[in-house]
Write a protein that binds this ligand. Structure first.
Ligand SMILES: Cc1cc2nc3c(=O)[nH]c(=O)nc-3n(C[C@H](O)[C@H](O)[C@H](O)COP(=O)(O)O)c2cc1C
Ligand code: SF4
Length: 610
């Protein structure tokens, strides 16, 4: 980089510092900004940021290396990332990927961590884990903006726009249209209106009374783990600390989940209201929405909602005129790391660092953001909490089961006529969802994402509920014509890619599982490999450091139990078959040394022994 280019970079960093300030916790936000301006983070920016924020260059470089959407080397001026969830694959994303690569004169196909970059720097193509558009895939991101419903025609248009060098701001808006596809509304979705009623109730009745309503409702977290919301809020309220924080987890990285995207699009006011109610209960003055990088296109909309709420006296200083009730919300973007959905990794990321999970305890309720008491809740949980405080705990209790009060919002995708968002009372059986979404001749359902469980038809009478099938919301349908091993391969590659690498069972186990799955898929596996997969999966479940590693082998272990034929029909033999051909690898050495005798090859030696 020449001197004037470096000066441009340093000038841009100065602008970024003027916007976001010099708090080292804003490092990631600076990096995202710089990445979008230059298509990478130049060394000059690393140096300038390290100096201005008082961190080491190594810390800055480590953050760049950690997040999939940040790069130390230039990408194309148009950076394209194909969503590569199994549902994108089922809708033909591989064919469209090849088509775009050939239209843009790029050789080969991208892989995880391997982008195709055109020599003239005009364009690059890479992969992204699920972009949260499974109801309207295949999808891609171009410079962070989502393009959905891809087909050959849209790929042609994208290729033309790239070749003509049309700036993204001038691309037809229709390309970037994202639909909400709400198909079934229940308790939460039947009414989006909010005018601060929950906040008025909070101010009229007091924080204790609001917390009592949340307690009475039995509300449990909708992000997957199902922790009791009132308990979380109470722990945080009672924990010692100088400040308290509210964090809305909008990372939504679980493959097949997209309901938070829709909630933030159509119900953002209610989500903010839930966060503000929580702030009133726990005594927080500052909150964050941690928005996944893939949903960056929602940023202007969310900023507008926040700004309107400030204008209406529902956010900011003296909310609804109550002196001392001050609370505001900032939006922090993620940068393509699934692990950042895990609450402690999310907090690390909010603090500008690599999203590596923290040792727990202490839990965020006592030691979260800035080591202060912090509530982290899912988007849907805040939405439900706002209504509970407004309408009372019994309102939520009116639906669902004893242990699972209220409703659950599902993201339905895959082999069905009507993919989209469905809200059901807890207790709804799987077959009901399948009927409603127009799924026929179903082989399997993957519930709660890649980390969730694989359900065979024998499970379709089971119910969606914490006591039977808990789910964060992803519901992927696989018809009879699908090869479920494609799903397993996709998820195994996903987990191997997304492991943060901190602990051995997940880092090594995930890679070994992926390799074994690929070996079986290539027709080189044996019964021994299936046993190995079970062993590795069991170790990952037991010994991994965080939830990612605990759940990463679920899909392999479930399919081995429920649909073993997807593996067995590909087995090369019932005994051990090595995945590595030693004789082929040593052929050059044999030629160099002139060894042609039977003792120089493994297979002839083995033959001689039998
Ligand atoms: C690997 C991993 C990814 C996660 N991703 C998310 C996510 O995208 N959104 C979410 O709300 N919770 C996610 N969670 C769960 C959070 O750690 C946390 O339990 C949740 O945000 C708490 O909110 P809730 O009580 O409202 O469910 C994830 C957990 C793990 C282990
Ligand atoms: S299980 Fe270990 S390697 Fe995997 S994401 Fe968690 S901390 Fe990282």
């Amino acid at each position: 980089m020449n001197e004037s280019a470096a000066a441009t970079v340093v000038g841009y960093v100065a602008e970024s510092l003027a916007t976001y300030g010099r708090d080292p916790r804003h490092l990631l936000q600076h990096l995202i900004r710089i990445q979008s301006r230059f298509s990478f983070v130049p060394d000059a920016a690393v140096e300038a940021l390290a100096e201005a924020l008082g961190v080491t260059r190594t810390q800055v470089r480590a953050a760049i290396a950690f997040y999939a959407f940040l790069h130390a080397r230039p990408r194309g001026a148009f950076e394209i990332r194909f969503s590569d969830n199994i549902t994108d694959r089922m809708l033909g994303n591989q064919r469209l990927l090849r088509l775009l690569a050939s239209r843009l004169r790029l050789d080969g196909l991208p892989g995880w961590g391997h982008d195709l970059i055109r020599a003239d720097g005009r364009v690059s193509i890479g992969l992204a884990s699920c972009t949260g558009m499974c109801d309207q895939g295949p999808a891609l991101l171009v410079n962070g903006q989502a393009v959905t419903n891809l087909d050959a025609g849209r790929i042609d248009r994208i290729a033309d726009l790239v070749e003509e060098g049309v700036a993204l701001a001038h691309w037809p808006g229709e390309l970037f249209r994202v639909s909400s596809n709400i198909r079934r509304r229940g308790l939460l979705l039947s009414n989006a209106a909010t005018d601060g009623a929950a906040l008025r109730r909070l101010l009229d009745d007091g924080a204790q009374a609001a917390l009592a309503e949340v307690e009475r409702s039995g509300l449990r977290g909708r992000g997957g783990a199902g922790f009791t919301t009132a308990l979380k809020w109470r722990f945080c309220r009672e924990a010692p600390g100088t400040e308290r924080y509210v964090v809305c987890n909008a990372d939504e990285g679980e493959p097949g989940t997209f309901k938070d995207r829709v909630l933030l699009t159509d119900y953002a006011d209610l989500v903010c209201e839930g966060m503000t109610v929580c702030a009133g209960v726990i005594g927080a003055r500052r909150g964050f929405i941690y928005l996944r990088g893939e949903y960056r296109y929602l940023l202007p909309h969310l900023e507008a909602v926040l700004s309107r709420r400030r204008g209406d006296g529902l956010l900011g200083r003296a909310i609804l005129g109550r002196e001392g009730f001050d609370f505001d919300i900032e939006i922090h973007l993620g940068a393509g790391a699934y692990i950042c959905g895990e609450e402690s990794a999310l907090i690390e990321s909010l603090e500008g660092k690599r999203g590596v999970t923290r040792k727990r305890p202490p839990f965020p309720v006592t030691s979260g953001f800035d080591d202060q008491p912090t509530v982290v809740n899912n988007v849907e949980t805040f939405l439900a909490a706002a209504r509970v405080v407004q309408w009372g705990g019994y309102w939520l209790r009116g639906e669902g089961t004893d242990q699972s009060a209220g409703s659950k919002i599902l993201s339905v995708s895959g082999d069905c006529a009507r993919p989209g968002i469905y809200e059901y009372p807890f207790g709804t059986p799987i077959h009901q969802v399948l009927t409603d979404c127009g799924a026929e001749s179903v082989q399997a359902v993957q519930i709660s994402g890649a980390a969730g469980r694989t359900l065979a038809p024998a499970d379709f009478d089971r119910i969606i509920a914490f006591e039977d099938l808990p789910t964060a919301g992803s519901f992927m349908v696989f018809g009879q014509n699908r090869d479920l091993l494609d799903m397993v391969r996709n998820f195994a590659a996903f987990f191997a890619h997304e492991s943060c690498g901190f602990c051995t069972p997940c880092r090594v186990g995930g890679a070994l599982l992926r390799n074994l799955v690929e070996k079986v898929a290539a027709g080189q596996g044996s019964e021994y490999d299936l046993t190995e997969m079970r062993h590795i999966g069991a170790v990952m479940r037991r010994a991994s450091y965080c939830g990612l590693g605990h759940t990463a082998p679920n899909h392999v272990l479930d399919t081995l139990d429920k649909v073993p034929e997807i593996y067995r029909r590909r087995l090369a033999s019932q005994t051990h078959t090595p995945s590595f051909d030693l004789d082929a690898a040593l052929s050059e050495a044999r030629a160099l040394t002139g060894r042609t005798d039977s003792g120089a090859t493994l297979h002839e030696t083995m033959e001689a022994m039998t």
